[in-house]
Design a protein around this ligand. Structure first.
Ligand code: MG
Length: 271
């Protein structure tokens, strides 16, 4: 199934998303998925009934990030063509880093370009949503640990990434991790998903998950050999070739068929 998280009548709700004549619609309210540990289920039940929610187009909803992770684990250099464009060596093992949960941003949200950076890049990515607490996952059991998939923009202050020598600040500014609009388990990265990124409507990234250096099975085994992943945690699987800088006012759209479009605009931070 496919779900989103959104504000309705000033309350947070989850909704089941289905296609209606080619457009995604929120068809009904659903109980919070297991991966949202903080959601107050009883409150949700009572308000759902009293609201009398009617279906609405996803595009008309006040969307929130669809999951509330305890951590966001990211993989650098996981598409062969992106490694080539960055002039890097093919990694022998996955390269991991974190984005803080304070960087989360919603579909349609504004990404604030920090004054301390002269170059902010988009990175369109497929994100894995964990479905349960997972430690020491065996590669062959990886699907049992996954709730579904969503889209992410691993926004990066490229100049600071190079200058700092490690990536925490460059990847970690507030608003630097838009995710959404939906979580879906109705697709299979191993069958090849086409990820595209557009800037102001112009195609900049076009990659296939078949170009992964490390498949999701290997990434999850590698990550959970080091740390416990909780239900709702995100694993960003890397970006294909075509990354590049943005300017104030740019709009970035990331898409994978079945996951919809994650659209965000970029603006200078307010002083
Ligand atoms: Mg990335």
């Amino acid at each position: 199934m496919k779900y989103c998280r959104f504000l309705f009548e000033n309350q947070t709700h989850y909704g089941a998303v289905e296609d209606r004549e080619g457009e995604p619609w929120i068809m009904r309210l659903i109980e919070a998925p297991e991966e949202d540990r903080s959601f107050r289920l009883e409150h949700h039940r009572s308000t759902s009934i009293s609201l009398g929610f009617e279906s609405m187009p996803l595009s008309a909803a006040d969307l929130l990030p669809p999951v509330t992770p305890s951590k966001i684990v990211c993989v650098g250099r996981n598409y062969r063509d992106h490694v080539k464009e960055m002039g890097s060596e093919l990694p022998a093992e996955p390269l991991l880093f974190f984005k803080p949960v304070s960087a989360l941003n919603k579909p349609g949200g504004v990404v604030r370009m920090p004054a301390v950076s002269a170059r902010v890049d988009y990175e369109g990515e497929l994100a894995v949503v964990m479905g349960r607490r997972t430690r020491n996952l065996k590669e062959e059991a990886w699907r049992s640990a996954v709730r579904g998939y969503t889209l992410a923009n691993d926004v990066t202050a490229r100049d600071l990434q190079n200058k700092d020598g490690q990536w925490t600040r460059a990847k970690g500014f507030d608003t630097f991790c838009p995710i959404g609009p939906v979580v879906s388990d109705e697709l299979d990265p191993e069958a090849g998903l086409i990820l595209e990124t557009r800037v102001n409507g112009e195609l900049r990234q076009h990659g296939s998950t078949l170009d992964f250096i490390f498949p999701i099975s290997k990434l999850l085994a590698y990550i959970t050999a080091a740390m416990t992943l909780e239900a709702g945690d995100l694993v960003l699987t890397g970006t294909p070739a075509g990354v590049g800088p943005l300017k104030a006012g740019d709009s970035v759209e990331i898409s994978i068929p079945g996951l919809g479009v994650l659209a965000n605009t970029f603006q200078p931070e307010q002083s």
